[in-house]
Design a protein around this ligand. Structure first.
Ligand SMILES: C[S@@+](CC[C@H](N)C(=O)[O-])C[C@H]1O[C@@H](n2cnc3c(N)ncnc32)[C@H](O)[C@@H]1O
Length: 310
């Protein structure tokens, strides 16, 4: 086995380069079944009872007002549009605000411009980070439903961002946070963070344990459920030259140029992890694909704002 040379093999955390992050996320999106899974989940009894029915119970007395929905880190809106469609079927008017700092917001805007989600939804677009949005608009405008899907990783300290989100909720409003557990996603990959040499971003991904600890500290009740997601990793398992495969590997390891920059032993350990966590499936056209199963922890948080802000 070749000895690892850490001084030559610096590993940089993916979150330090958002341009590269977006490329890797696009590669991952093209290889995951999460879109189908999340669409099913939004149509499930769980979303219906925890979100739609609760909003209906808490706000049905005030139906002439639009239900105000806030998406934070909405990306291109694919997941959020499923949620909005469900809400639009229940409530007469929806006012949706989208806070997304990247160019993906333009894609979201174009999609709803071409294919309106429903006639009773109006959109407000904020091409800003969550903190920029708060700095410009404050916390006066309250929301009935706030949805944060795989975006808390970018928001810093959960003790701080949960309080800010809570403050934006109407009494009886619902906050939905979807994020990875500490034992899934890049957190599950045996790539010790001490090997990430980029000092600027030594903070690990925020995970569900940290967010749950914050909620418990603030005595905010939540419920959670788990869902499984599968990613097709054939590209990087079978072809060292696949650009898409490299991007997917970067996304899953949360590292920039993982294959080129990781020391041999780290690479071997990580590839073994993928091998052990995957299985071969036949595709509809008879080809073989290597599917890597990982579990995502979905924390669904129900928050009733009391008089006193947390
Ligand atoms: C993993 S993507 C998730 C996108 C979408 N919610 C989904 O599930 O497909 C994370 C998103 O958070 C956005 N983001 C990054 N930093 C942010 C911040 N400080 N405030 C709000 N959104 C942020 C990114 O631009 C990106 O679109």
């Amino acid at each position: 086995m070749m000895a690892s040379n850490m001084s030559e093999n610096k590993l940089f955390n993916l979150l330090s380069d958002m341009k590269h992050y977006h490329k890797t996320y696009a590669a991952y999106c093209s290889k995951t079944n999460k879109w189908q899974e999340w669409q099913k989940w939004t149509e499930s009894a769980e979303f219906e009872s925890n979100v739609v029915a609760n909003l209906s119970k808490n706000f049905s007395g005030n139906m002439d007002q639009p239900i105000r929905v806030l998406g934070i880190g909405s990306g291109d809106g694919i997941l959020e549009m499923h949620q909005l469609r469900k809400l639009a079927a229940k409530f007469p008017k929806i006012s949706a605000s989208v806070v997304e700092p990247s160019e993906l917001i333009t894609k979201y805007k174009d999609t709803v411009g071409r294919n309106p989600v429903a006639d009773n939804i109006t959109f407000e677009w904020y091409k800003q980070t969550f903190d920029e949005y708060l700095a410009c608009h404050g916390s006066e405008k309250k929301y009935h439903f706030i949805s944060v899907v795989h975006a808390v990783y970018f928001l810093g300290d959960p003790d701080v961002f949960i309080k800010k989100m809570y403050k934006l909720l109407e009494p009886g409003g619902i906050l939905l946070v979807i994020l990875l557990t500490d034992h899934t996603g890049s957190g599950s990959i045996p790539l010790h963070q001490s090997e990430l040499k980029d000092d600027k971003t030594t903070n690990n991904y925020v995970n569900s344990s940290q967010v749950k600890a914050t909620l418990e500290k603030l005595q905010i009740e939540y419920t959670q459920s788990i869902y499984k997601e599968t990613t097709d990793i054939t590209d990087f398992m079978t072809n060292d030259d696949s650009e898409e495969g490299e991007l997917l590997l970067d996304f899953l390891t949360s590292t920039i140029n993982f294959r080129k920059s990781a020391p041999y032993d780290v690479r071997a350990r990580v590839m073994r992890h993928f091998q052990q966590g995957s299985h071969i499936e036949k595709t509809d056209d008879g080809d073989e694909k290597i599917s890597y199963k990982h579990t995502s922890d979905v924390a669904i948080l129900f928050v009733t704002r009391r008089d006193r802000a947390k």
